[in-house]
Design a binder for this molecule. Structure first.
Ligand SMILES: [Zn+2]
Length: 336
């Protein structure tokens, strides 16, 4: 049964303004919040974020913190200074092109992420939320790539591949390359989740709503079986995935998958509802999606993001207030 309802919160680093927002979330019946923690936040707003997290805890919220676009390998609308400072840690495509995303296998990025994890846990979060970790996806970049271009094939990945299989890493994607990518991503997550656990936090991993290795992991069981995982999550944003038929089918399919797997692996299940980039007249879709997720029996249903992302003009819904209110109406109806 769904008992947790929340939204992601970002862009406000003024404590007084954040307090005001948290208060209205509480009044609206939410009991969870996800605070984004970008490279910029880690560098300049660590104590501010400790205070904002503490205010959230004071109100009884379950607090999630995510590596917002850190290294540009997680989801989010934030930039990365790390990849500018560490060109040797960038992912390299099969055509030898360096891209603006860090490699999970680059030693400096691993070190940076260990520091991020300790810092994020130190904010007082309940759960670290590993959001859409993925290898190179051409559609996440503005430049053009060859049809079959893939990544990462940097020197660190090539060395690890050769260590693992005793043969050079091929230039084309093979089943073994896909297996390697999934295993390496898992290895990265396991290391970070172990640190998180040691620091007293739980772990949530949000997989993209896709079952191919390019988008994360094709075999979700590999993740669900991890001893460090507490919450299995996906974000079936029907408006951005071309294969999605509509909120009912798309959200329904992935909500049931998460609910079933959570039960099987003794985890909590969480579903995110699209609250960004929606055209006018989408409020009924948001309500349907929210209801569908709640009825699937997942433990937690969250909206990305608060106020229909009104403050991020690039991804704001055309009618952000209506989207937000539609989500809240369904949450309130479920609690009655
Ligand atoms: Zn690499």
């Amino acid at each position: 049964m769904t008992t947790e309802y929340g939204a992601s919160y970002f862009g406000v680093r003024n404590r007084t303004h954040a307090e005001t927002d948290l208060e209205r979330f509480e009044d609206a019946g939410l009991n969870a919040v996800l605070h984004t923690f970008s490279e910029r936040d880690k560098r300049y707003y660590e104590e501010t974020m400790q205070d904002i997290v503490a205010s959230s805890k004071d109100r009884g919220f379950e607090v999630y913190v995510n590596p917002w676009s850190v290294g540009r390998v997680f989801g989010g609308e934030a930039l990365s200074q790390f990849i500018g400072e560490h060109p040797e840690s960038q992912q390299v495509t099969s055509e030898g092109q360096r891209i603006a995303a860090a490699c999970f296998n680059a030693p400096d990025f691993r070190e940076y992420m260990r520091e991020w994890t300790e810092s994020a846990a130190g904010l007082g979060a309940d759960v670290l939320f590993w959001d859409e970790p993925h290898w190179f996806l051409p559609e996440w970049f503005e430049e053009e790539f060859a049809d079959d271009e893939w990544g990462c094939r940097c020197e660190h990945c090539q060395a690890r591949y050769e260590d693992t299989y005793g043969e050079p890493m091929p230039e084309e994607v093979t089943d073994r390359v896909q297996e390697f990518k999934a295993d390496q991503l898992m290895d990265f997550l396991e290391e970070m989740m172990a640190i998180s656990r040691e620091e007293g936090c739980e772990n949530a991993v949000c997989l993209l709503p896709s079952e191919d290795a390019d988008h994360g992991l094709s075999d979700w069981d590999q993740l669900a079986a991890s001893e460090y995982l507490d919450v299995l999550v996906t974000d079936p944003y029907w408006g951005v995935f071309p294969e999605a038929e509509g909120p009912e089918e798309f959200v329904g399919y992935f909500s049931e998958k998460v609910a079933d797997m959570a039960e099987e692996y003794d985890l909590r299940g969480q579903i995110w509802i699209q609250g960004f980039r929606l055209p006018a007249g989408s409020t009924e879709e948001v309500k349907t999606a929210t209801r569908t997720a709640i009825e699937s029996g997942v433990d937690s249903v969250m909206l990305w993001g608060y106020d229909g992302c009104k403050s991020i003009s690039d991804i704001a819904c055309e009618e952000p207030e209506d989207v937000w209110n539609g989500f809240l109406e369904e949450v309130q109806a479920a609690q009655e």
